[in-house]
Each structure stands twice: as structure tokens, then as C-alpha cells.
Design a protein around this ligand. Structure first.
Ligand code: NAI
Ligand SMILES: CCCCCC(=O)CC\C=C/C=C/C=C/[C@@H](O)[C@@H](O)CCCC(=O)O
Length: 259
């Protein structure tokens, strides 16, 4: 997707991977709305982006993605302010095995809702121009991971994306849907998780990180995000991002698709 002149919405964009994706969008000449529950960090990020990319290139919207009315209101606000919508990045996510229902609400239910809103505003059958949805899952959505509810939410997002990305749907709505699956990336997410993990789980996580060659950095994941922006022919696919490189999953045919 060529981003110049386009309009994007990114959830969980005050910091971390969402912020990195929002900046990549601005660098490519699009406008972006950053949604987050963290008011002060969100305002700070938008102030810094405005200085760098110019006035009216971005806006912060205080929004808890688990609140249906707030999320719907935020989409409407973006369309009213910028005059359309071309790209939705459902990035906001948490890890909590303790508060597992919240984890499912933030990581999965809100992503389903974000996709439905994206299709509502961008779908050609609703008078939209088509567009792109990129969901943020994790390699924990593809491989086993010692936080089972978190892994379930991410596997759910991979399955959601694969099914929304079926060709006949694209033929109708013109909206491509992809999912990014990064491995351990050095953000506050890691420090927050470390603070909550048991000694045993912490050791397990450290082993996994070491075996994988260490932590990814935000620009490594943004590189994957940009590849998904560019690869118009991979509708429904998941892009794994590790220190070993970028690898697509889910482009395989099902048994019903044999010639
Ligand atoms: N850091 C990592 O190792 C990896 C992270 N991911 C995923 O990437 C996404 C972003 O993670 P990071 O940037 O690393 O985390 P982060 O914790 O640095 O950033 C997450 C952002 O989401 C916001 N957020 C949380 N709950 C929200 C809600 N209910 N409504 C709106 N905003 C909310 C937070 O305030 C924060 O600004 C998450 O979905 C995470 O699961 C995936 C693979 C690896
Ligand atoms: C190989 C899979 C990599 C997946 C990377 C991610 O998606 C982000 C993971 C970041 C940190 C994970 C820490 C996991 C710790 C668990 O073992 C568990 O102990 C955490 C429990 C915390 C809680 O219940 O709140």
C-alpha cells in the first residue's frame, strides 16, 4: 500500500511497537491517529511527532480498546477529523495470566472489534475505498509459550486474520488483512512481564530468549510492519519476525483447495 496522503489509526501507540509503527506511517507521508489509555505518554508522543512531521499530521485519542463506545467513538473521530480511513493497526496488547479475562478482552475481543470497525469504514460494500488492517499478534500465536492465555489470544488473532483474509472477502470489501508475529522485543512489555513472572517462568523465558539469539529491537519489528504494508499479494498471511529474519505463515492451501 502506498501511504502518501492516506489516513491511519493505531491502537496502543503511545509507546513501544505501536509508536514505532505510527512513526513508520508518518515517515511515508500518511496521517495517523494514536489511540492509547496512557494520556501523558500519548500526548508526549504526539507532541514529538508533530514537531518532526508537522502540524495536523497526527492526533492522540484517549481510548481504552476494551470499551466498545470509546473504540467506536475513536474510529468516528478519525474519519470526521481526517476525512477517511485507509489503514488500521490493532496493536494494543497486555500479558496477564492472572487477570486472564482482561487479557482476552484487550488482546482478542478488541482486535475482533477493531477489524469489524475497519471493515465498516473501509469496506467497498459500505462505500469505503478498501484498505489494510494489520493486527499485532506474536510468535506465541504460532508456537507453544509458557503464558497459555496470552498465547491463546495471539493464536486467535492469527486465526481471525487468516479467515478475514480469504480471497472472496477481499473481492467484496477490498480490505487486505495481515498479522505480524514478533518474538521477544525490548519494550516496557518485557520489563512489566519480568516484574510479574515466577522465578521458574523467568528462567524459562531467559532460556527462550538466549536460544533465539537475544531480543529484537523496535526497528526490527517495524521492518516487518513495512514489509506487510508493501506486500499486496499476501492477504491473510502471518509474518513471523525473529532475529533469524522474516518468514510468512498461512499462505498454504487447505485440503479443499487441491487442484
Ligand atoms: N514486546 C514484545 O516482546 C512483544 C510484543 N508483542 C505485542 O505487541 C503489542 C505491543 O506491545 P509492546 O509495544 O511491546 O508493549 P508496550 O507495553 O510497550 O505498549 C503497549 C501499549 O498499549 C497500550 N494499551 C494497553 N492496554 C490498552 C487498552 N486497553 N487500550 C488502549 N491501549 C492500551 C499501553 O498503554 C501501551 O502504550 C502487544 O499486542 C504485544 O502483545 C508481540 C510480540 C512480542
Ligand atoms: C517465543 C514467544 C515469544 C513471545 C513474545 C511475546 O509475545 C511477548 C512476551 C514477553 C514477555 C513474556 C513473559 C512471560 C512470562 C510468563 O512465563 C509468565 O510467567 C508471565 C505471567 C505474568 C502474569 O500472569 O501476569
Amino acid at each position: 500500500m502506498q501511504l502518501a496522503g492516506k489516513i491511519a489509526l493505531v491502537t496502543g501507540a503511545a509507546r513501544g511497537l505501536g509508536k514505532g509503527c505510527a512513526e513508520a506511517i508518518l515517515e511515508r507521508g500518511a496521517k495517523v491517529a494514536l489511540l492509547d489509555t496512557d494520556d501523558s505518554e500519548g500526548q508526549e508522543t504526539v507532541a514529538a511527532f508533530t514537531l518532526k512531521y508537522g502540524a495536523d499530521t497526527c492526533t492522540f485519542i484517549l481510548c481504552d480498546v476494551t470499551d466498545k463506545d470509546q473504540l467506536e467513538g475513536a474510529f468516528q473521530q478519525v474519519v470526521d477529523r481526517f476525512g477517511g480511513l485507509d489503514l488500521v493497526v490493532n496493536n494494543a496488547g497486555i500479558l496477564s495470566e492472572f487477570d486472564w479475562e482482561k487479557c482476552i478482552n484487550v488482546n482478542l475481543i478488541s482486535v475482533v472489534r477493531g477489524c469489524r470497525l475497519g471493515l465498516h469504514y473501509m469496506g467497498k460494500q459500505n462505500g469505503g475505498n478498501g484498505g489494510l488492517i494489520i493486527n499485532m499478534a506474536s510468535v506465541a500465536g504460532i508456537y507453544a509459550f509458557p503464558a497459555p492465555v496470552y498465547a491463546t489470544t495471539k493464536a486467535g488473532v492469527v486465526g481471525l486474520t487468516r479467515s478475514l483474509g480469504m480471497d472472496h472477502k477481499f473481492g467484496k470489501d477490498g480490505v487486505r488483512v495481515n498479522v505480524l508475529c514478533p518474538s521477544f522485543t525490548m519494550t516496557n512489555f518485557i520489563t512489566d512481564a519480568k516484574g510479574k513472572a515466577s522465578e521458574e517462568d523467568l528462567q524459562q523465558m531467559q532460556d527462550m530468549v538466549e536460544k533465539g539469539g537475544g531480543f529484537l529491537q523496535i526497528p526490527d519489528v517495524v521492518k516487518g510492519f513495512v514489509k506487510l504494508l508493501d506486500d499486496d499479494d499476501k492477504n491473510g498471511a502471518a509474518l513471523e519476525v525473529t532475529l533469524q529474519g522474516l518468514k510468512y505463515h498461512g499462505c498454504e492451501s487447505g485440503p479443499w483447495e487441491h487442484e
